[in-house]
Design a binder for this molecule. Structure first.
Ligand code: 9D3
Length: 242
Protein backbone atom coordinates (compact mmCIF):
# COMPACT_ATOMS: atom_id res chain seq x y z
CA UNK A 1 0.00 0.00 0.00
CA UNK A 2 1.05 3.57 -0.69
CA UNK A 3 -0.20 6.34 1.60
CA UNK A 4 0.30 9.99 0.71
CA UNK A 5 -0.55 12.67 3.23
CA UNK A 6 -1.04 16.32 2.30
CA UNK A 7 -0.52 18.75 5.16
CA UNK A 8 0.71 22.25 5.91
CA UNK A 9 2.41 20.85 9.05
CA UNK A 10 4.58 17.91 7.91
CA UNK A 11 6.41 17.97 11.25
CA UNK A 12 3.26 16.87 13.07
CA UNK A 13 3.32 13.56 11.20
CA UNK A 14 7.00 12.73 11.04
CA UNK A 15 7.14 11.71 14.70
CA UNK A 16 4.31 9.16 14.73
CA UNK A 17 5.56 7.39 11.59
CA UNK A 18 9.26 7.59 12.39
CA UNK A 19 8.80 5.52 15.54
CA UNK A 20 7.51 2.18 16.63
CA UNK A 21 5.49 -0.39 14.74
CA UNK A 22 4.54 1.81 11.80
CA UNK A 23 8.20 2.44 11.07
CA UNK A 24 8.79 -1.31 11.17
CA UNK A 25 6.01 -1.80 8.63
CA UNK A 26 7.62 0.78 6.35
CA UNK A 27 11.04 -0.87 6.75
CA UNK A 28 9.56 -4.26 5.95
CA UNK A 29 8.02 -2.84 2.77
CA UNK A 30 4.37 -3.40 3.77
CA UNK A 31 3.56 0.26 3.22
CA UNK A 32 5.12 3.37 1.79
CA UNK A 33 4.20 6.61 3.57
CA UNK A 34 4.90 9.98 2.00
CA UNK A 35 4.24 13.22 3.84
CA UNK A 36 3.83 16.09 1.40
CA UNK A 37 3.85 19.79 2.23
CA UNK A 38 0.77 21.34 0.65
CA UNK A 39 2.61 24.65 0.51
CA UNK A 40 4.98 23.23 -2.12
CA UNK A 41 1.99 23.31 -4.51
CA UNK A 42 1.10 26.92 -3.72
CA UNK A 43 2.28 29.64 -6.07
CA UNK A 44 3.29 33.24 -5.58
CA UNK A 45 5.82 34.83 -3.34
CA UNK A 46 3.90 33.94 -0.22
CA UNK A 47 2.89 30.40 -1.19
CA UNK A 48 -0.50 31.18 0.25
CA UNK A 49 -2.71 28.15 0.89
CA UNK A 50 -5.61 29.83 2.65
CA UNK A 51 -7.82 32.87 2.33
CA UNK A 52 -10.77 34.61 4.01
CA UNK A 53 -14.22 33.10 3.49
CA UNK A 54 -16.56 34.65 0.92
CA UNK A 55 -19.59 36.02 2.69
CA UNK A 56 -17.55 36.99 5.70
CA UNK A 57 -17.15 35.33 9.04
CA UNK A 58 -14.28 34.12 11.14
CA UNK A 59 -11.29 32.09 10.19
CA UNK A 60 -9.65 31.02 6.99
CA UNK A 61 -10.46 28.51 4.26
CA UNK A 62 -8.07 26.37 2.21
CA UNK A 63 -7.89 27.80 -1.30
CA UNK A 64 -8.77 25.42 -4.13
CA UNK A 65 -5.71 25.94 -6.38
CA UNK A 66 -2.98 24.32 -4.23
CA UNK A 67 -5.19 21.35 -3.37
CA UNK A 68 -6.26 20.78 -6.99
CA UNK A 69 -2.67 21.04 -8.15
CA UNK A 70 -1.45 18.70 -5.41
CA UNK A 71 -4.09 16.02 -5.84
CA UNK A 72 -3.92 16.10 -9.65
CA UNK A 73 -0.12 15.95 -9.62
CA UNK A 74 -0.08 13.04 -7.18
CA UNK A 75 -2.79 11.13 -9.05
CA UNK A 76 -1.08 11.59 -12.41
CA UNK A 77 2.44 10.85 -11.23
CA UNK A 78 1.68 7.20 -10.50
CA UNK A 79 0.15 6.36 -13.86
CA UNK A 80 -2.60 3.79 -13.82
CA UNK A 81 -3.60 3.43 -10.19
CA UNK A 82 -5.73 6.14 -8.65
CA UNK A 83 -5.62 6.85 -4.93
CA UNK A 84 -8.73 6.98 -2.83
CA UNK A 85 -8.81 10.60 -1.64
CA UNK A 86 -9.85 11.08 1.97
CA UNK A 87 -10.41 14.43 3.64
CA UNK A 88 -9.97 14.46 7.42
CA UNK A 89 -12.70 16.76 8.68
CA UNK A 90 -15.04 17.01 11.69
CA UNK A 91 -17.89 16.66 9.17
CA UNK A 92 -16.86 13.20 8.01
CA UNK A 93 -18.28 9.82 8.97
CA UNK A 94 -16.87 8.69 12.30
CA UNK A 95 -13.88 6.41 11.90
CA UNK A 96 -14.17 2.88 13.27
CA UNK A 97 -12.66 -0.59 12.81
CA UNK A 98 -14.99 -1.39 9.93
CA UNK A 99 -13.75 1.67 8.02
CA UNK A 100 -10.15 0.78 8.89
CA UNK A 101 -10.73 -2.67 7.40
CA UNK A 102 -12.32 -1.18 4.30
CA UNK A 103 -9.39 1.20 3.76
CA UNK A 104 -6.82 -1.54 4.35
CA UNK A 105 -8.02 -3.11 1.09
CA UNK A 106 -7.01 -0.10 -1.04
CA UNK A 107 -3.78 0.07 -3.02
CA UNK A 108 -3.37 3.83 -2.57
CA UNK A 109 -4.71 6.34 -0.08
CA UNK A 110 -4.31 10.10 -0.32
CA UNK A 111 -5.15 11.80 2.95
CA UNK A 112 -5.81 15.53 3.08
CA UNK A 113 -5.44 17.12 6.51
CA UNK A 114 -8.04 19.84 7.00
CA UNK A 115 -7.30 23.00 8.97
CA UNK A 116 -8.96 26.28 9.86
CA UNK A 117 -12.67 26.46 9.16
CA UNK A 118 -12.32 23.95 6.36
CA UNK A 119 -11.60 23.64 2.66
CA UNK A 120 -13.23 25.35 -0.30
CA UNK A 121 -16.36 23.37 -1.12
CA UNK A 122 -15.21 22.78 -4.72
CA UNK A 123 -12.35 20.66 -3.39
CA UNK A 124 -14.79 18.49 -1.52
CA UNK A 125 -17.09 18.16 -4.53
CA UNK A 126 -14.49 17.33 -7.16
CA UNK A 127 -11.44 15.80 -5.50
CA UNK A 128 -12.61 14.01 -2.41
CA UNK A 129 -13.96 10.45 -2.33
CA UNK A 130 -14.51 10.14 1.36
CA UNK A 131 -14.63 12.33 4.48
CA UNK A 132 -13.57 11.00 7.86
CA UNK A 133 -13.70 12.34 11.42
CA UNK A 134 -12.10 10.43 14.29
CA UNK A 135 -14.70 11.38 16.88
CA UNK A 136 -16.77 14.07 18.50
CA UNK A 137 -14.13 16.39 19.92
CA UNK A 138 -12.40 19.37 18.39
CA UNK A 139 -8.82 19.11 17.18
CA UNK A 140 -6.73 21.91 15.73
CA UNK A 141 -6.50 20.13 12.40
CA UNK A 142 -6.58 16.82 10.57
CA UNK A 143 -2.95 15.80 11.12
CA UNK A 144 -3.42 13.76 14.29
CA UNK A 145 -6.59 12.29 12.80
CA UNK A 146 -4.58 11.20 9.75
CA UNK A 147 -2.02 9.58 12.06
CA UNK A 148 -4.81 7.68 13.82
CA UNK A 149 -6.27 6.45 10.53
CA UNK A 150 -2.86 5.38 9.20
CA UNK A 151 -2.04 3.55 12.43
CA UNK A 152 -5.31 1.61 12.42
CA UNK A 153 -5.08 0.78 8.71
CA UNK A 154 -1.42 -0.24 8.57
CA UNK A 155 -1.71 -2.78 11.37
CA UNK A 156 -4.35 -4.57 9.28
CA UNK A 157 -2.11 -4.95 6.23
CA UNK A 158 -1.21 -8.54 5.36
CA UNK A 159 2.01 -9.50 7.12
CA UNK A 160 1.82 -6.92 9.89
CA UNK A 161 0.17 -9.09 12.51
CA UNK A 162 0.05 -12.81 12.78
CA UNK A 163 -2.87 -13.94 10.66
CA UNK A 164 -4.35 -15.61 13.74
CA UNK A 165 -4.70 -12.38 15.69
CA UNK A 166 -6.45 -10.58 12.85
CA UNK A 167 -8.89 -13.46 12.45
CA UNK A 168 -9.49 -13.51 16.20
CA UNK A 169 -10.15 -9.76 16.23
CA UNK A 170 -12.77 -9.96 13.56
CA UNK A 171 -14.29 -13.11 14.99
CA UNK A 172 -14.78 -11.82 18.51
CA UNK A 173 -16.42 -8.72 17.11
CA UNK A 174 -15.62 -6.20 19.72
CA UNK A 175 -15.70 -7.41 23.26
CA UNK A 176 -13.55 -5.52 25.74
CA UNK A 177 -10.58 -7.41 27.04
CA UNK A 178 -10.55 -9.66 30.06
CA UNK A 179 -8.28 -8.57 32.98
CA UNK A 180 -4.58 -9.30 32.51
CA UNK A 181 -2.09 -10.29 35.19
CA UNK A 182 1.62 -11.03 35.26
CA UNK A 183 4.13 -11.87 38.02
CA UNK A 184 4.28 -11.62 41.00
CA UNK A 185 1.37 -13.86 42.13
CA UNK A 186 0.71 -11.60 45.12
CA UNK A 187 1.50 -7.88 44.91
CA UNK A 188 0.91 -5.71 48.01
CA UNK A 189 -1.57 -8.24 49.25
CA UNK A 190 -3.47 -8.41 45.94
CA UNK A 191 -3.57 -11.96 44.60
CA UNK A 192 -3.88 -13.06 40.98
CA UNK A 193 -7.15 -15.00 40.46
CA UNK A 194 -6.24 -18.63 41.27
CA UNK A 195 -7.77 -20.01 38.05
CA UNK A 196 -4.98 -18.31 36.05
CA UNK A 197 -2.38 -20.28 38.01
CA UNK A 198 -4.32 -23.55 37.79
CA UNK A 199 -2.90 -24.76 34.47
CA UNK A 200 -6.46 -25.74 33.45
CA UNK A 201 -6.60 -24.15 30.00
CA UNK A 202 -10.30 -24.77 29.44
CA UNK A 203 -11.17 -23.21 32.80
CA UNK A 204 -8.93 -20.23 32.02
CA UNK A 205 -10.61 -19.72 28.66
CA UNK A 206 -14.07 -19.84 30.28
CA UNK A 207 -13.02 -17.38 32.99
CA UNK A 208 -11.59 -14.95 30.44
CA UNK A 209 -14.64 -15.10 28.22
CA UNK A 210 -16.91 -14.45 31.18
CA UNK A 211 -14.81 -11.49 32.35
CA UNK A 212 -14.80 -10.03 28.83
CA UNK A 213 -18.57 -10.37 28.59
CA UNK A 214 -19.19 -8.83 32.00
CA UNK A 215 -16.80 -5.96 31.41
CA UNK A 216 -18.35 -5.21 28.03
CA UNK A 217 -21.86 -5.28 29.46
CA UNK A 218 -20.85 -2.95 32.27
CA UNK A 219 -18.82 -0.43 30.27
CA UNK A 220 -19.91 -0.72 26.64
CA UNK A 221 -23.33 -2.35 26.33
CA UNK A 222 -23.52 -0.89 22.81
CA UNK A 223 -20.70 -3.24 21.75
CA UNK A 224 -22.40 -6.27 23.20
CA UNK A 225 -25.29 -5.80 20.82
CA UNK A 226 -22.98 -6.10 17.81
CA UNK A 227 -20.85 -8.95 19.16
CA UNK A 228 -21.18 -12.49 17.89
CA UNK A 229 -22.35 -14.28 21.03
CA UNK A 230 -22.58 -18.05 21.37
CA UNK A 231 -25.44 -19.72 23.24
CA UNK A 232 -22.92 -20.34 26.03
CA UNK A 233 -22.11 -16.58 26.14
CA UNK A 234 -25.81 -15.74 26.44
CA UNK A 235 -26.22 -18.30 29.20
CA UNK A 236 -23.27 -16.81 31.12
CA UNK A 237 -24.65 -13.29 30.80
CA UNK A 238 -28.12 -14.31 31.89
CA UNK A 239 -26.68 -16.17 34.86
CA UNK A 240 -24.72 -13.07 35.89
CA UNK A 241 -27.77 -10.83 35.72
CA UNK A 242 -29.51 -12.81 38.46
C1 9D3 B 1 -15.89 26.60 14.19
C2 9D3 B 1 -16.57 25.33 14.07
N1 9D3 B 1 -15.69 24.16 14.09
C3 9D3 B 1 -16.52 22.93 13.99
C4 9D3 B 1 -16.79 22.29 15.32
C5 9D3 B 1 -14.84 24.19 12.94
C6 9D3 B 1 -13.63 23.34 12.98
C7 9D3 B 1 -13.12 22.81 14.15
C8 9D3 B 1 -11.96 22.03 14.13
C9 9D3 B 1 -12.98 23.10 11.79
C10 9D3 B 1 -11.84 22.33 11.77
C11 9D3 B 1 -11.32 21.83 12.94
C12 9D3 B 1 -10.08 21.04 12.88
N2 9D3 B 1 -10.34 19.60 13.00
C13 9D3 B 1 -10.11 18.78 12.00
O1 9D3 B 1 -9.66 19.19 10.96
C14 9D3 B 1 -10.43 17.38 12.16
C15 9D3 B 1 -11.06 16.67 13.23
C16 9D3 B 1 -11.57 17.10 14.51
O2 9D3 B 1 -11.50 18.25 14.91
N3 9D3 B 1 -12.15 16.14 15.31
C17 9D3 B 1 -12.24 14.83 14.95
N4 9D3 B 1 -11.81 14.40 13.78
C18 9D3 B 1 -11.21 15.32 12.94
S1 9D3 B 1 -10.63 14.97 11.44
C19 9D3 B 1 -10.15 16.51 11.13
Amino acid sequence: MKIEILTIFPGMLEGPFGESMIRRAVERGLVEIEIIDLRSFASGRHRQVDDAPYGGGRGMVFKPEPLFKAVETLQERSGGSRARVILLTPQGRTFNQEIARELSGEKRLLLICGRYEGVDERVREVLVDDEISIGDYILTGGELAAAVVVDAVVRLLPGFLEEASVAEESFSGFLLEYPHYTRPPVFRGMAVPPVLLSGDHAAIARWRRKQALLRTRQRRPDLLEKAALSPEDRRLLKEMKL
